[in-house]
Design a protein around this ligand. Sequence first.
Ligand SMILES: [Zn+2]
Length: 216
Amino acid sequence: MTISTNCILCKHNSLHLFHQDKNRKYYRCDHCKLVQVPKIYHLSLEEEKKRYDLHENNIDDPLYRNFLSKLSSQLLPLLPQSAVGFDFGCGPSPALADIFNRAGFEMDIFDAFYYPDKLYLTKKYSFITSTEVVEHLANPGKEIEKLWDLLLPQGYLAIMTGMVINKARFENWSYIRDLTHICFFSLETFNWLTHHLEAELVLSTQNIVILQKPDQ
Ligand SMILES: [Zn+2]
């Protein structure tokens, strides 16, 4: 079977083999540096859902809320009063939306498996969050551009995902053993994305970036 050599994020024809383990091959794009797993290794939707059902994140689980608060604690101080937000890919337990609700912000949610109502496509938001989602996307370029279009001017897009540090760390990274993870961002990738979207990179940490949309 032939492997597409076009990057799933930037669409450039510049993929090269980056790593291989007993399960899969991993290609890296020379242009945007996204590491990606070819489609032949992607799970079916049924297999994927089965794995998410095992995640058992409870909305009140303090460990899970603490994990998500790493993002909310960075984003909350930036938000204007009465900002309305949207959490893309909330999973079975929309704990992040609950955190923002309790901080006084209205929030819509969507999850392809658990909350599939697409009403959000008709709305505009002051902020959009997506935690532990982009690494599951087969077409992250299209999905992120769609989210970007839903943002109001000066709105924030906050993304949390495990990030590639270097090849040695990648090879021993437990994150790549999860077969639902099919693409791996790095700070370099987010720098490319910032430029591509004509955004401002407001914050970047080990696993969180916040991009701001310019005034129009
Ligand atoms: Zn690329």
